[in-house]
Ligand binder design. Structure first.
Ligand code: NAI
Ligand code: MG
Length: 361
């Protein structure tokens, strides 16, 4: 089987880690021998935007629709306002391609220094799966600005929640929780203060929960209290479902608690498989370290492992697990992990170490 992958390196360290991920995926395919990756690179980036005035060409989405999956580095540049770059590339791709689920697994990999004392003793206490609603809510892009450039300026940012949108994310979250050993789901809202959309979340959640009675154990949290629980009782958390904004914040917290933003992966999924899904590390373009060759490629590798799992549709789960094992063998060793993980390797050395490990596991 050949999997055709649209590769969008984007900006800054996105370019370094995408190159690293492609090399590692090619090696993985070569070693297993039953499948191949065929990458096509798209030069959609902030640099190109500054030259030609657009991030994606008009038929960009049609071009992407031909691929089995999209691999994405990062977008963002000090020379372009962040809301322009985000809305120029990544948000339209997620929206157009029906990627209504964003899955963010969080674990403490060997070699990471988890800031919580509890997790330094028991790293397994952080083993979370954050399910982020990825298509609506606070990132609906609706609203506007009036009386601009006056003391009376009013800007509205309208969050949109639909029954259909809530129901499908809840179902995905319950199915995810069901597939994990602990079968536990925590639903996060702010339905005490936000009294329309968040109340609908509660309502639909309870409806879907009935279908999983006796199968998935669940509870509900307000988002502020959830941050406290993740820090104070990490072992009590398993699968989390939250809105676009809430889950974005919780997953950065999760990444920090797991030791480094550089290792955290994400998958933007269209569970109907009608459109291509997209895989990307959760970190940004990191202008502060761009061009130095020191970016941690582990978040990109982990995202690549999730892509292998997704395109394999159950047939490559073992391959993805072995790939993760190879990554963890590399992070265990200070000589082969990067600086942000207290190691001494650069991007290339970590990448080469993973390539070597793939032969071993
Ligand atoms: P960032 O994730 O790029 O960087 C935050 C900090 O973590 C920096 O100090 C950086 O050096 C470090 N870091 C991040 N990834 C790392 C890695 N792989 N290895 C080692 N260190 C790493 O977030 P920031 O600084 O808030 O945003 C920079 C730009 O990226 C902005 O333009 C922002 O809009 C964009 N961005 C894009 C995202 C995307 O494409 N999905 C996601 C987040 C931010
Ligand atoms: Mg974020």
């Amino acid at each position: 089987t050949t999997y055709n992958i649209a590769s969008i390196p984007g900006d800054g360290i996105g370019v370094d880690v995408t190159e690293a991920a492609e090399a590692v995926l090619n090696k993985l395919a070569e070693t297993v021998g039953t499948f191949k990756f065929n990458f096509t690179t798209f030069d959609w980036s902030s640099k190109k935007y500054l030259e030609r005035g657009w991030y994606m060409p008009e038929d960009g989405m049609q071009q992407l629709s031909k691929y089995d999956a999209i691999y994405f580095g990062a977008v963002g540049s000090p020379d372009v306002p962040d809301h322009i770059s985000l809305w120029g590339l990544i948000l339209p791709i997620r929206k157009y391609n029906n990627q209504y689920v964003n899955v963010r697994p969080t674990r403490v990999l060997p070699g990471t220094v988890a800031p919580l004392a509890q997790c330094q003793k028991r790293p397994q206490d952080i083993d979370w799966m954050i399910i982020r609603e990825n298509s609506e809510g606070e990132y609906a892009g609706q609203g506007g600005t009036t009386h601009e450039n006056s003391p009376d300026t009013i800007a509205t940012e309208v969050a949109i929640f639909t029954r259909v949108g809530i129901e499908r994310i809840m179902r995905f979250a319950f199915e995810t929780a069901k597939s994990r050993p602990r079968k536990k789901l925590t639903m996060v809202t702010k339905s005490n203060a936000q009294r329309h959309g968040m109340v609908l979340w509660d309502k639909v959640f309870h409806e879907v929960a009935k279908e999983y009675e006796g199968v998935v154990e669940w509870d509900k949290m307000l988002v502020d209290a959830m941050t406290v629980r993740m820090v104070n009782k990490p072992e009590s958390v398993d699968t989390i479902v939250a809105t676009n904004l809430h889950a974005d914040i919780l997953s950065d917290l999760a990444a920090a608690l797991a030791g480094s933003i550089g290792i955290a992966p994400s998958a933007n999924l269209d569970p109907t498989r009608k459109y291509p899904s997209m895989f990307e590390p959760i970190h940004g373009s990191a202008p502060d370290i761009a061009g130095q060759g020191i970016a941690n490629p582990v978040g990109a590798f982990w995202s690549a492992a999730e892509m292998v799992r997704w395109v394999g549709q159950g047939k490559l789960d073992k391959v993805a697990d072995d790939f993760m094992q190879a990554i963890e063998n590399v992070t265990s060793n200070p000589k082969t992990r990067t600086k942000d993980m207290g190691g001494s390797a650069n991007t290339k050395e970590t990448t080469e170490a993973v390539i070597k490990q793939i032969d071993v596991v």
